[in-house]
Design a protein around this ligand. Structure first.
Ligand SMILES: *Cc1c(COP(=O)(O)O)cnc(C)c1O
Length: 410
């Protein structure tokens, strides 16, 4: 047994859960009372190798998407050596999980104590910022260090993404000049970073953001050593099937090459979702059926936060042997807590004869699923099992969908 929600707390000595199965159906046959988290290390390894081999720069994993130590270790073993961390707890977690890794503290608003511990205890040298106040804080906390890489976060549009990151952080391109200038004075290496929003559905999002980077560089007339295009690389969900990731990489490469600093600057990216979405899924039990509503044993306060709060759709499969031959039907889900908010509209397509006692696999929960889990009301999954079968959908492998209409766009 392995508790995901302790990932950021106490050290968890065992990194890889020991039990392994060949597929979700094996779990259903055990009739577990609690939801079971399935993990697919081979899928995360494949995603890591894809970015390492094909992204035309350095890929660092954005830990907030899924902070499971066993995932971090898998990505590291497959070539991801740099990690984007956003809190001191994430810094400590990655530092003790993969001691050889390089950490980049990419939250633009940090506690001064966190900066100091990151710098002096964990060897962190890369920090992001979007204000002069934060710059002063970093300089103070590191005692005027001369070996800093400082990345100025630009505000860019989130219009092509499913989840906006446009309003909270970032300095507008036309206001960036004084900050770039001041950061240049304090930094050993100066970077510009941005985030186009999560699940960016078109490569154009990056092309447009890079145009703002170009304007900022030209206006400030500073030398820039790092261009960091952030996260936002999509995964595949029902109704949200993106173009191939190679197209994103080509667009970014072209835009980077056209920047006035490309001859000397490094290109970085901070993928979160794309590296871990295929990594895990969840096996849940149907406790009750009321018309087209299924009451399942995980929900808004478990791994299904996004399904409940932002209407995210995940692929689902009914785990029954023999398989149901009944036609698919759209269902919505209720989670187990005593709270009306614990509702997931979906629609989730399942055979129309699904009933209480059935088990369902909910796929593509590796990103922002396990990471958001709480133990509210005493519910949750506490068992994690490795499975060797393929995820329901993959951007990295040609796999036959297990149930063809799982991923149909409604
Ligand atoms: C959340 C976040 C990421 C990862 O975003 P994805 O959309 O999951 O790729 C990367 N960088 C920063 C600064 C973030 O806040």
């Amino acid at each position: 047994m392995h508790k995901h929600h302790s990932a950021l707390g106490l050290a968890s000595p065992s990194i890889i859960p020991v039990t392994a199965v060949d597929g979700a159906i094996d779990i259903a046959k055990r009739t577990p009372v609690q939801p079971v988290t399935l993990i697919r290390p081979h899928a995360a390894a494949r995603a890591a190798r894809f970015f390492v081999e094909k992204f035309p720069g350095r890929s660092m994993y954005a830990v907030k998407a899924n902070p499971s130590p066993e995932l971090i270790a898998t990505l590291y073993a497959n070539g991801i050596t740099h990690f984007d961390v956003a809190s001191i707890a994430e810094v400590r977690l990655v530092a003790r999980t993969v001691p050889g890794a390089t950490l980049c503290f990419m939250h633009p608003v940090k506690a001064e104590e966190a900066i100091a511990e990151a710098y002096f205890t964990h060897g962190v040298r890369v920090f992001s910022l979007d204000s002069l106040e934060e710059l002063e804080k970093i300089v103070r906390a590191t005692k005027n260090a001369s070996d800093l890489t400082l990345c100025v976060r630009l505000r860019v549009s989130s219009e092509h993404s499913k989840l906006s990151l446009a309003s909270k952080f970032g300095v507008a391109a036309h206001e960036a000049k004084p900050l770039l200038f001041a950061a240049r004075q304090a930094a050993d290496a100066l970077g510009i970073c941005f985030h186009v929003g999560s699940q960016a559905m078109t490569p154009e999002a990056y092309a447009e953001a890079m145009e703002r980077v170009r304007l900022a560089i030209v206006e400030a007339a500073v030398t820039v050593d790092v261009i960091d295009v952030g996260g936002g690389f999509p995964s595949s969900y029902p109704g949200m099937e993106p173009p191939p990731l190679e197209r994103y990489f080509e667009t970014i490469h072209r835009a980077f090459e056209s920047l006035p600093v490309s001859y000397s600057a490094e290109l970085w990216a901070e993928p979160g979702r794309a590296l871990c979405a295929e990594y895990s899924s969840l096996v849940v039990r149907v406790e009750k059926r009321r018309g087209n509503e299924l009451y399942i044993n995980d929900g808004a306060y478990g791994a299904l936060f996004d399904a409940a709060h932002i209407g995210w759709r995940f692929p689902v499969t009914l785990l029954r042997e023999p398989q149901s031959t009944v036609r698919d039907h759209p269902f919505s889900f209720y989670g187990p807590t005593c709270d009306d908010l614990d509702h997931m509209v979906g629609p989730f397509l399942l055979p129309a004869d699904v009933q209480a006692g059935d088990y369902i696999e909910i796929g593509m929960l590796g990103a922002y699923g396990a990471a958001m889990r709480t133990a509210f009301n005493g519910f949750g999954s506490d068992e994690t099992i490795v499975t060797t079968d393929e995820p329901m959908v993959s951007l990295y492998a040609d796999i036959e969908p297990k149930v063809a209409n799982n991923v149909v766009t409604l």
